[in-house]
Write a protein that binds this ligand. Structure first.
Ligand SMILES: O=c1ccn([C@@H]2O[C@H](COP(=O)(O)O)[C@@H](O)[C@H]2O)c(=O)[nH]1
Length: 235
């Protein structure tokens, strides 16, 4: 499944893109730029088009502050949102409990809650520079284990780490993987990249794809090309 990252500076640009590619995928990601510009109205406008919103604000703060922000995401009706696993076990556990309890209180289905492990723009060398001695693979698995124990639904990681996560934590534990790059697209600032075809082979649940689609001369053709490459796996 493809989640298209709507990294735009206006609702108009984002909604044009949604209208152009929603026949290929109903999943869209609203991140820091678009949410800072538009707030929850953009979530409503995308949901009104029968599409699902992954709110990618990567909450990382003390539990009380994040629970207050999570209220906004739950009330807005997002399908999925995320927090940083580095916020810690107690933090993740209390947000997961709050997610279920608050959704029940206001009478909605709890959104999926997932944890960011190690950003796909980071490599082993980058971890060393911030004092983390373990390799990315080991760090991702450790944080994913903690997220599962805390009651989260899944993690954000690179598709490179999906097999290890599924083998250790089960096929049902959701993996959401940015850093997806078709062979014909630029890597940009992503370091742990995987092609869409390989990501599917590795068992990713949701691929997050931004610039290869949104900055393509024809976003619809780029999405179709990616889907054709994935579907050619089945022949
Ligand atoms: O580890 C992470 C977590 C989130 N992202 C976000 O995904 C998209 C990727 O966009 P591309 O244009 O395909 O690179 C972007 O919105 C990031 O904020 C990530 O890349 N890595």
């Amino acid at each position: 499944m493809i989640i298209v990252a709507l990294d735009f500076d206006s609702a108009e640009k984002a909604l044009n893109l949604v209208d152009t590619v929603k026949e290929y995928t109903p999943y869209f990601k609203v991140g820091l730029e678009l949410f800072s510009r538009c707030g929850t109205s953009i979530v409503k406008e995308i949901s009104d088009r029968s599409c699902k919103v992954f709110l990618d604000l990567k909450y990382h703060d003390i539990p009380n502050t994040v629970k207050s922000a999570a209220k906004v995401a739950i009330e807005a009706g997002v399908w999925m949102y995320n927090i940083h696993a580095l916020g810690g076990y107690e933090f993740m556990k209390s947000v997961a409990e709050f997610n279920r309890e608050y959704a029940e209180k206001i009478g909605v289905k709890p959104p999926l809650l997932i944890a960011v492990t190690v950003l796909t723009s980071l490599s082993n060398e980058d971890l060393r520079l911030v004092g983390i001695e373990s390799d990315v693979d080991a760090e991702v698995l450790r944080l994913a284990e903690l997220a599962k124990k805390a009651g989260l639904d899944g993690v954000v990681c690179s598709a490179k780490e999906v097999r290890k996560i599924k083998e250790n934590l089960g096929e049902d534990f959701i993996t959401v993987t940015p850093g997806i790059r078709p062979s014909w697209a630029a890597k940009n600032d992503q370091k742990r990249v995987v092609t869409p075809r390989d990501a599917v082979k590795l068992g990713t649940d949701y691929m997050v794809i931004g610039r290869p689609i949104t900055r393509a001369p024809s976003p619809a053709e780029a999405t179709k090309r990616i889907l054709d490459e994935i579907n050619s796996l089945e022949v």
